[in-house]
Design a protein around this ligand. Structure first.
Ligand code: COA
Length: 375
């Protein structure tokens, strides 16, 4: 047996959803650069799910379907009020998505038709879970979603109750497009492994959220913001980065298992961070990020990934730092759903092997004999 540590370079499934070839990311064959510049998150959702760009009618229908599903079961809201206010929002999301299954009479119905309905419900309800918990933990009432408003606008609205401006909506919408799918990343793989057992969609999405939570995956964006805050100013950047590198510590938001010449999503987020820094009149996070980027590239030759500039973008949108990873989930649910449906459609149980490296030929000794030997 040859072990590919971290399954690096192993091709585990075939997929028609997204691809990374020579550092270029495409969704269903469309370059992420075009989608980020010209599309909307709902349009990209349709593309990921159905394989083609929707007509106006098809897009409108998806928006109506999502809009009708934004609200949460009242039982779940009551349950969330019992969660500790200090709970990690990703842990809350993981628990709440799992709990959603309890209130869905079709949770165990694995037909294609019912599963697409679940994909719509989960995509619509994840933003409501995040914003509701964010309000509940501050002793504020959750805000009812607006009708006929897209996911980015509704999310920002449900956080504060104020209608967001177009700049903020556009920025978040673009960030959602950029995070929507990414081939066989760790959380998508977790979703596909769970689906491969023919478990229900809620189980697969719960597994995916659990995998996304880790700091080596989606959790990195939150860690980037912690880093920016702990550095505090542009003048302190160089000594901080140097000491991290001297201590062989990782700089969050840099490096990637697949992209060794740069993550194509990072430049969009960098540009967005620059625009928002000018818009809100606070250049500090952007300027610190640019300097960290330059130093890590110069000193270590490692480039920023999708998480690095998304931290300052979300911070400029006045989103609390521990909601950054839940926002990643709010976007990636669309990719997870597409992969879950693809796995169901052509399923084979995913069950790799392990090379055993433990002791061999052990002889069993009863617990009484063990006690005698040790006394
Ligand atoms: N900061 C400093 N050094 C880094 C680094 C980082 N963010 N990412 C990788 N490296 C270094 C490693 O220390 C290692 O150096 P070495 O060969 O001298 O030991 C080398 O680059 C290879 O790194 P490795 O961790 O083996 O690569 P990987 O393919 O397993 O890791 C990540 C990919 C994403 C897990 C890794 O780059 C990382 O931990 N990045 C920070 C977390 C992050 O931003 N995650 C979000 C990913 S989208």
């Amino acid at each position: 047996m040859t072990v590919a540590s971290g399954l690096e370079g192993v091709v585990a499934v075939t997929s028609e959803i997204s691809s990374i070839v020579d550092g270029v990311l495409t969704y269903r064959g469309y370059n992420i650069d075009d989608l980020a510049d010209f599309s909307t998150f709902e349009e990209v959702t349709y593309l990921l799910w159905h394989g083609y760009l929707p007509s106006q009618e098809e897009l409108d229908q998806l928006k109506v379907d999502l809009s009708r599903s934004f609200s949460l079961p009242s039982e779940l809201i009551e349950q969330m009020k019992l969660y500790p206010s200090t709970a990690n929002p990703m842990a809350v999301l993981r628990s709440a998505v799992s709990a959603l299954a309890l209130y869905d009479g079709d949770a165990e119905n694995n037909t294609i038709e019912e599963n697409w309905k679940k994909a719509i419900r989960l995509t619509a309800q994840i933003p409501t879970i995040i914003t509701s918990f964010c309000r509940i933990r501050k002793n504020l009432a959750p805000i009812q979603p607006l009708e006929n408003v897209g996911i980015a606008a509704n999310f920002l609205y449900m956080l504060t109750g104020k209608l967001p401006n177009e700049v903020a909506i556009k920025a978040l919408d673009k960030a959602l497009i950029l995070h929507a799918d990414h081939e066989l990343n760790a959380s998508t793989f977790a979703a596909r492994v769970t689906t491969g057992t023919l478990a229900d969609m809620y189980s697969a999405v719960t597994a995916a959220i659990a995998a996304l939570k880790g700091p080596l995956h989606g959790g990195a964006n939150e860690q980037v913001m912690k880093t920016l805050k702990s550095i505090g100013s542009v003048s302190s950047v160089e000594s901080y980065i140097q000491s991290k590198l001297d201590n062989k510590e990782k700089i969050m938001g840099f490096g990637h298992r697949v992209y060794k010449n740069g993550d194509p999503r990072a430049k969009h987020l960098r540009d967005m961070s620059k625009q928002l820094s000018a818009y809100v009149g606070n250049p500090v996070w952007y300027e610190m990020s640019i300097l960290i980027d330059k130093l890590v590239v110069d000193k270590k030759g490692i480039l920023p990934n999708v998480d690095f500039y998304s931290a300052s973008v979300y911070s400029y949108l006045e989103i609390e730092e521990d909601l950054f990873t839940p926002i990643f989930a709010m976007s990636r649910i669309t990719g997870w759903a597409a992969h879950i449906m693809e796995q169901y459609a052509n399923n084979r149980l995913i069950r790799p092997r392990a090379e055993y490296t433990g002791p061999v030929n052990q002889h069993y000794v009863t617990i009484t004999q063990r006690a005698m030997v040790n006394s």
